[in-house]
Structure formats: structure tokens, C-alpha cells
Write a protein that binds this ligand. Sequence first.
Ligand SMILES: NC(=O)c1ccc[n+]([C@@H]2O[C@H](COP(=O)([O-])OP(=O)(O)OC[C@H]3O[C@@H](n4cnc5c(N)ncnc54)[C@H](OP(=O)(O)O)[C@@H]3O)[C@@H](O)[C@H]2O)c1
Length: 325
Amino acid sequence: MTDAADQTLSDDDTAALSVVLSRFGGADALSVQRMPIPQPQDDEVLVRVRAASVNPVDYKIAQGKFPPIGEDKLPLILGRDLAGTVEAMGTRAHYMVRHGDRVMAHIGIDRGAQSEFVVAKAVEFIAIPEGVDFPEAAGAGLASMTAWQGLFDQGGLDNGQTVLIHGAAGGVGHLAVQFAKWKGARVIATASAKDVDFVRSLGADTVIDYKAGRFEDQVSDVDLVLDLIGGDTGERSLAVLREGGILVSTVQPPSDDKKAGRDVRIAPRFMAQPNAAQLGQVADLMAAGNVRVTVARTFPITEAAAAYREQEEGHPSGKIVLLLD
Ligand SMILES: NC(=O)c1ccc[n+]([C@@H]2O[C@H](COP(=O)([O-])OP(=O)(O)OC[C@H]3O[C@@H](n4cnc5c(N)ncnc54)[C@H](OP(=O)(O)O)[C@@H]3O)[C@@H](O)[C@H]2O)c1
């Protein structure tokens, strides 16, 4: 793909400029082209998208890695989360919203969010609170649901417990740190040296530069490890859990034989699900100033390939967000 827009393809206003994957091959395989505008049904809304974030899963899908997508599903619009205004409604959606309302959503894997017009289901979208802009709202979607569900639904984190969060400066991690602090937990976090101050500013009690030393020499007896890294990091984390503690991974968790006979739990790999009720709780925390989404960098949708490269290789602190007119 060229990083410049292919806006000349069509001026058809019944089609939506979208980030499209037509063949596997990473950022080079993306194109920005016009796709048909979907129609909202029943309690769905059609959103005129103003911002959509980039998540690692987007470049993983574009590379043909995870989750595996069949060639028969291509061409595919990418993206999991968005913010914008209500453009049209299904027959029952007027109970919830009005034309022009500002909404944010984490949408299901059956659609893509990086498009000018996207259908969101009632279980996926909420109103954007006052004082929260479109890029922040878009950045909250998948990342916040992953952090929330990982910490609380999978990990059972509670007031007074200690959590170790690996990858704390990234999209999911920077929100997980804030959610855990809000819950009243003690937070130990790992990050690169350049992000130590950033993660501390989010409220982490202890931040470990993971390249400067082994975290397991500095941490022990934690109730929960939220592992956003996987591999060796996940395996080494089992040693820092207290007896009965639990490791939750957003990637591939270690196998049971890595427990070395210790009484610790490893949660099965989980996939964050859209949950408007939980997204509403996150929005309340944002509105109250208890949680902020850090947008590291924005790109126009026409530069989607550059945004994908930045997400994969640029070590952003927080979220990468695409902007739409
Ligand atoms: N299962 C699900 O539903 C789900 C949902 C969302 C995300 N995920 C996955 O969860 C992972 C994290 O997502 P994300 O959006 O937060 O990614 P991200 O924004 O790329 O953040 C990852 C962070 O980890 C840091 N890092 C890299 N290696 C590290 C290490 N060994 N120890 C500690 N920190 C390290 C990175 O910074 P430096 O490279 O500068 O150190 C970066 O700040 C991704 O693999 C993603 O695909 C899964």
C-alpha cells in the first residue's frame, strides 16, 4: 500500500473509506479504499467514525498470524474499536440514542472499526462522557476491556491485593495499572527504561525496568500476574506468585508443567469480549478523572500502514489512533 490515500478510487458517498486487508502480508498488504456502508438493524446504530484505534491484533491479523482468518474472509475491514457520532439507527435503537450523539464502542470480530461508517450493536456501544475526546474514547475500546476482564473477571483482583503487570506502558497495560490502583491494589509494573516515569505517573507503586534486571529477583508473593508479553516472561512469572496466586495472560500462557510443583493457577488464554456495561464503568472512571487514555500518536486513516508500523515497531507509550474526517 502507499501511505497516501487512495481517495481517488471513488467519490461515491454510499461507500465508506476503510482500512482493508485483501491479502495477508502485514502493513504492506493494507489498502485504504471505499467499501459499502452497512445498514443498522434492530437495536444497532450506524456510527460516523471520527477515530479508531490500532491494536496489535490488527497487525497480527494482517500478517496472517492470530487469530487465524481464512482467505475466504478477505477482503476484510480491520479494527476493533471506534468513537464517533450516531448517523442512523435500527428500528429499536431510538430508545437508546439520538442522531448525532457521541458514542464509543469495542466491536465484535465479525466487523471492522477502521472505516468511516461502522455498525455497532447495543451490547458494544455507550455514550462518550463529557470532556472525553474522540481519540481517547476510541483508544479505550479493546484495550480497556482486555485490562478490565483480565484483572477482574479472569484474575479476581481485589482491594488490598498485589498485582504484577508486564508490559505496563502499552495500550492494555497503561489502563490496567490505573484500574488496579482504582480497585485499591498494590501495583508492580514492568516497562522499558524510557517508560518508567510514565508508568509511575499512572499510579504504579513500583516500576521495574525489565531490561536492567530480572523482575523475579525483585518481586515475590504477588496475588496476580497480568502478563501482556508471554513466552519466557510468563514462565518466569510463576515463581513470583504466592501459593494459590494466579497468572492471567492475554497471549499464550505457560503450560502447567512450568509450575515446578507449586500451588499456583494459570488461567486459560482469554479473548476480551465487547461488554457495554463494563465499558460504561470505564467511561465513568474517565469522566471522573480517575482513568485517562494516553494517545501516543495519531495518524490520518489514509496513513494506516504507517500507523500499523508504529504500533508494531515504534514502542508507543499508550495508544495509536487513526483519525477520520
Ligand atoms: N487476548 C486478548 O483479548 C487481547 C486483547 C488485547 C491485546 N492482546 C495482546 O496483549 C499484548 C499487549 O497488547 P497491547 O495493546 O498492550 O500492546 P502494546 O501497546 O504493544 O504494549 C506492549 C508493551 O510491552 C512492552 N514490552 C515489550 N517487551 C516487554 C517485556 N519483556 N517486559 C515488559 N514489557 C515489555 C512494550 O514496550 P517496549 O517494547 O518499549 O519495551 C509495550 O509498552 C499484545 O500481544 C496483544 O496482541 C490480547
